[in-house]
Design a protein around this ligand. Structure first.
Ligand code: ADP
Ligand code: ADP
Ligand code: MG
Length: 448
């Protein structure tokens, strides 16, 4: 087992990883940017090294500085968390070359799955159902028009390098196509430095169902059930729950097996997520694979009892997966609300600033993953997520009651948050009845 791990991330996920390391008796090294000198992850780790100015590209994306910090502190492995360098195959490869263990899949795995177009091709070959769409990249406006005609409107234009809901446009009629194609292309170039685009059939009123995978370095692959992440705003997740309300034991078995086949087809290693769309008729389609730990991983931990971050570390150290598929039992129901510093009435504009007062909910079945503390100044530079509120109940009904109760206890003063908005969602009749799909927020909350 590793003696020392460097965490190449910030915020709640860095704290989450440090906690797992400390429970495992592993020393931790935090890296931080100049604005994160007093951030919780910087303070909680055994050692902390400044890796550059606030801007991500100069610090949390600065591969040279992060590798130097690793060598300097004698850390043997790097945990990349999510976002930042977590899905950067070049970084994973540089780690491999420096003999530093990247806690995640190998660079080849990331290469294969990070590019959504390539991932589609690989999945088609493996016999995994994918969303119907263009055969390859869409290079020109003419190509876009003819592909859309072939696929049939509505279509979705997607960036091959995309992530976090960016570089995506839905088009319902031909006259809107060229404009949407060009704006999505520009957005992708700006966000990901790549403007390879492709097109999919727009699946109407689907649920977003994703399967958590764990794969060791000896060929063993299991799934840990699904998460329903249909509550989204602009293709970004807002609430996630596990298990999914629309799932049956039979469907879980089928989709889980497909997810395992998908992971095995690329000899995938470590934790990963296979995202599917489940349509109104019960048909499911592979959408993408995330080759990293996900924001919403705690809900799977709550219902399976498996610590996914510890599992990642154990796998990376070469251990054999200590669970077989039959050992994974789903117990109860978990829900996660992402708590963001943003103002829902101002089009969800991020609201950085000082947290003047903070009271976190607690009690039986309530978990908070956050890097916030009273007096902490949220910098404007990074993601606006300040924490995650996760609850676990014996069934969905109890989990919902706990979530309402916990959101009610939550107090954050000094910055605007989406807590009231989350409260409205968990009190919405259609949400309570499990009657929702990915269009839920846009339909139910038209005026915000
Ligand atoms: P999930 O919530 O399923 O883990 P998201 O797509 O919401 O995945 O991404 C998680 C985090 O990673 C978010 O903070 C998001 O902004 C960031 N992220 C996702 N993809 C990329 C990418 N390609 N480049 C940079 N950041 C990304
Ligand atoms: P990202 O990498 O940004 O997470 P995804 O490919 O996972 O991109 O898509 C993000 C979200 O967009 C999905 O969770 C889903 O709600 C929606 N989406 C993606 N593809 C389709 C599609 N073909 N039809 C309908 N909705 C889609
Ligand atoms: Mg996705």
């Amino acid at each position: 087992m590793f003696k020392k791990i460097l965490i190449a991330n910030r915020g709640e996920i860095a704290v989450r990883i440090i906690r797992a390391c400390h429970e495992m008796g592993i020393q931790t090294v935090a890296v931080y940017s100049e604005v994160d000198k007093t951030a919780l992850h910087t303070q909680m780790a055994d050692e902390a090294i400044c890796i550059g100015p606030a801007k991500s590209k100069d610090s949390y994306l600065n591969m040279q500085n992060i590798l130097s910090a690793t060598v300097l502190t004698g850390a043997e492995a790097i945990h990349p968390g999510f976002g930042f360098l977590s899905e950067n195959s070049k970084f994973a490869q540089m780690c491999e070359e420096c003999n530093i263990k990247f806690i995640g899949p190998d660079s080849q795995n990331i290469d294969n799955m990070g590019n959504k177009l390539k991932a589609r091709e690989i999945m088609i070959k493996a016999g995994v159902p994918v969303v119907p769409g263009s055969e390859g990249a869409i290079d020109s406006e003419e190509d876009a028009i003819s592909s859309a005609q072939k696929i049939g409107y509505p279509v979705m234009i997607k960036a091959s390098a995309g992530g976090g809901g960016r570089g995506i446009r839905v088009v319902t009629k031909e006259e809107d196509l060229i404009n949407a194609f060009n704006t999505a292309k520009t957005e992708s170039k700006t966000a990901f430095g790549d403007d390879t685009m492709y097109m999919e059939k727009f699946i109407e009123e689907p649920r977003h169902i994703e399967f958590q995978i764990l794969a060791d370095e000896h060929g063993n692959v299991i799934h840990l059930g699904e998460r329903d992440c249909s509550i989204q705003r602009r293709n970004q997740k807002v609430i996630e729950e596990a298990p999914g309300v629309a799932m049956t034991e039979e469907l879980r078995k089928q989709m889980g097996e497909v997810a395992v086949i998908a992971a095995k087809s690329i000899k995938y290693k470590n934790a990963g997520t296979i995202e599917f769309l489940l349509d109104k008729y019960g048909k499911y389609y592979f959408m993408e694979m995330n080759t990293r730990i996900q924001v919403e991983h705690p809900i799977t931990e709550m219902i399976t009892g498996v610590d996914l971050v510890k599992a990642q570390i154990m796998i990376a150290s070469g251990q054999v997966l200590p669970y077989k598929q039959k050992d994974i039992k789903i117990q109860g129901h978990a829900i996660e609300c992402r708590i963001n510093a943003e103002n829902p009435s101002k089009n969800f504009m991020p609201c950085p600033g000082e947290i003047k007062s903070l009271h976190l909910p607690g009690g039986n079945g309530v978990r908070i993953d956050s890097a916030a503390y009273q007096g902490y100044k949220i910098p404007p530079t990074y993601d606006s997520m300040i924490g995650k509120l996760i609850v676990h109940g014996k069934d969905r009904q109890e989990a919902l009651c706990k979530m309402r109760r916990a959101l009610g206890e939550f107090i954050i003063e000094g910055v605007d948050t989406n807590i009231d908005f989350q409260f409205k969602i968990v009190n919405n009749k259609n949400f309570i009845n499990g009657n929702f799909d990915t269009s839920f927020i846009s339909k139910e909350f038209k005026n915000i």
